[in-house]
Design a protein around this ligand. Sequence first.
Ligand SMILES: N[C@@H](CCC(=O)N[C@@H](CS)C(=O)NCC(=O)O)C(=O)O
Length: 213
Amino acid sequence: MSYPILYSFIRCPYAMRARMALKLCNIKCEIREVRLNNKPYQMIKQSPKGTVPVLVLKNKVIDESNEIIDWALSKNNVFDGNLDKLNTDLTNELIKLFDSKFKYNLDRYKYSSRYEKVDQEKHKIACLEILIYLDSLISNNKWILGNEINKLDISILPFIRQFRIADVEWFDSQYKIKRIKNIIINFSNSDLFKDVMKKYDVWEENTKPVFFS
Ligand SMILES: N[C@@H](CCC(=O)N[C@@H](CS)C(=O)NCC(=O)O)C(=O)O
């Protein structure tokens, strides 16, 4: 039996969300850890745009993290029934917000040296403002929309975590994002997150396949 192949990079938040979805949905795959500065040609052959994650299936290649999540859920919807229509719409809206505006500002804050003339502080505050908005939408739950982990959590928490680790002391001192602070600590300490952050050797052809899930 052949398993799907996931090209992944441990620290990539898009790959993290895909790994979490595959793990939660109990989908066994071969995991191929890559380095972004030395992507294997086998991956590029399957997905010429050269971003991770890439999931190679028998009959198709999925190279967008959100589509990998949706594919995993189509095989085994572990979140089924968790959300009503209102929260499903909110989930989609918030994933869009984080993939666009939050990510845009996060990159300019965290990797400011890659951009010309950026006001790092301005981008940091723009991210904080989005988080204050998110905080205002959530109640005192374990996860963002309830006490069960959901698609929204796995999709956006890797980016919020990245924002936090850029300046932990400052993040933890923000009193307007109290709920998010609790959720991000819960997330970082969760077995799920620890599982998907397991380190693998960089993949090379002809080495024994390593399986994930
Ligand atoms: N829209 C893509 C974005 C994936 C993405 O940008 N991944 C980054 C790593 S976090 C990447 O592979 N960048 C290519 C590079 O740095 O060469 C997705 O959601 O899968």
